[in-house]
Design a protein around this ligand. Sequence first.
Ligand SMILES: [Zn+2]
Ligand SMILES: [Zn+2]
Length: 708
Amino acid sequence: MLDYKAPEGGCHLGAFVEVPLGPRKVLGVVWGAGQGNWDINKVRSAYRVLDAAPMRLEMREFLRRAADYTLTPMSAMLRLATRAPGLGDPPSMRKIYRRGEGEPDRVTDARKRVLETLAEYGDLSFTLKELAEMAGVTSSVIKGLVKQNVVAEEDSPRDLPFARLDPLRPSKTLTEDQAAASTYLASEIAGARYGTTLLRGVTGSGKTEVYLEAVAAALKAGRQALVLLPEIALTAEFLKRVEERFGARPAEWHSGATMTERRRIWRMVGQGQAQLVIGARSALFLPYQNLGLIVVDEEHDTSYKQEEGVLYNARDMTVLRASICSAHVVLASATPSLESWANAENGKYKRLDLTSRFGPAVMPTMKTIDMRLDKLPSDRWVSDRLKAEVDKRIALGEQAMLFINRRGYAPITLCRACGHQVGCDDCDARMVEHRFQNRLVCHQCGESKPIPDKCPSCDAEGRMAPVGPGVERLGEEAAKLFPDARIATLSSDMYGSARALKAEIEAIAAGGADIVIGTQLVAKGHNFPNLTLVGVIDADLGLQGSDLRAAERTFQLMRQVAGRAGRAEKPGTALLQTYQPEHPVIRAILAGDEEGFWRAEAAERKQAGVPPYGRMAGIIVSGPDVAQVFDIANELARRDQPLRAIGAQVYGPAPAPIARVRGRHRVRLLVKAGKGVALQAAIARWTSQVQVKGDLRLAVDIDPQSFY
Ligand SMILES: [Zn+2]
Ligand SMILES: [Zn+2]
């Protein structure tokens, strides 16, 4: 918080202003009267008020409470809330560029890239600078294409309102379950008070139909609605459903949106000219004028937790935001998080269950394949039984999916002469072979290097060997086992952009492959109508490690992947390859007894006093010098009085599970506290006792989701 003199003409509370900060001009928000403890002659003046609607009181309240909750400086929260470029520019006309009617007289590489970029983004328009940057060409290449009408140049107002959505268009015919759930939500929304509903239903039970009716209820009441989705689930197929329901396209907020589009959405949302936003987690920080409903689809999804910069969980922040602006929240999932399940159990959330699958399909039959009985050679991962089942599906003209939750070709590159494993130079992590890119990649920092011919440790030539399977290697094995099948391997790093990947997934769903091989991302909300078999290559993978949520995550992921099979008229089967078929989690997955699983898991967590029955915070101290890092961490552990005062304990310091990332040593402390204590305030007092200077960093992660 800094004091400035008001600009000429004064300013309102919440106004966006341009202010001097040292030698720079930065964006600020008028937060209130100055603190006044400065020499008034030394206080600088704000330059001007920007032409944007002032930040509403409820938004300021939301940011303030979110900052307190996540122990984040307000400046970082404000950056999240103003992520639209050119906010200060006045409304005006500008030139936009899109695909024209003409064909180029001559196709150069540069021109081809322009055409590919335009094709990838469909109907969207670009500014000249944007198109040139995205295609990697100079603006003269584009101007040349404009002359031939290959690219159309048009004048457009900078920010157009979004088309009106019509909530009165007829909805799909709803089942009894769906109708009852929609009626309940509509009455809650009409009441215009805060509430949260957990909408639970197996994959294909029609949760989307239900929450689109809730959106309709909000629009009818003249309020705005927001639907949050994991980025990868925000597909053209999904947007088409929304368009069919309301007769026009909603605003889409995601990482693939152009800067021009972001700016338009930010402004239109603030003016109430965008009724519905469909977006990834950061859409929560848009300046809604009158938000009446927030839907969090796939609420258990880990991508709602931002793990860099401001560490926040969009699901929890949604509930906070809704409680401030009297909106209703719908958390939708086939496999809810234990947090949400427990909140429904204790009556904080209302729970609605959709039991029947929409239409004739049923949940797939689930079985294990005991891998201890299959004596597979060390470079094979598909058992004979699974192979036989895949063959059957191909003969019937159906699709099969082979699932492995591991990117790349092989997780380990080993020297057969000396046993050396190739690791990242900057992290304590092994490099993962990506044969598609022909490189070894560090999944922690993204650094990569060529696959070595010669062992970096003992210099032996030609002895480096991949060990273990990744999705690319599984694709290679499948090509050998099923030589006549059309095989599509899907992994996020094999496609240039999220858009290209989604397009590929849609082509496959339309029948473009017999066998789909994929990682976690194929489990998220895609419809494969002809898919009748899912084979999980290694169901045990997620059960390793000491993560508090390992069982929950494995349970959710396996149920979700299995849910891909048998979505249309044909029943599906899911086969789980495992070395521990007696493991309680594997047995719970097979039994399909979700309530039983949650209750057992809840009892264990209650016993251990961990979330959702206790509070946790992770503290990571990092820096290039390992001794300095430990000094600070040890000092924190010693001076734990502020934590003991609220009955909290501190564990550690210990090297973090990944003890070095990007050359920085990482040491972590874990704080455990009871529910209902003022944890954040105590942590703030506690960490303020130490001086974190220079290259050292201290990051606090309230309610950590991962422990890396
Ligand atoms: Zn070696
Ligand atoms: Zn690395």
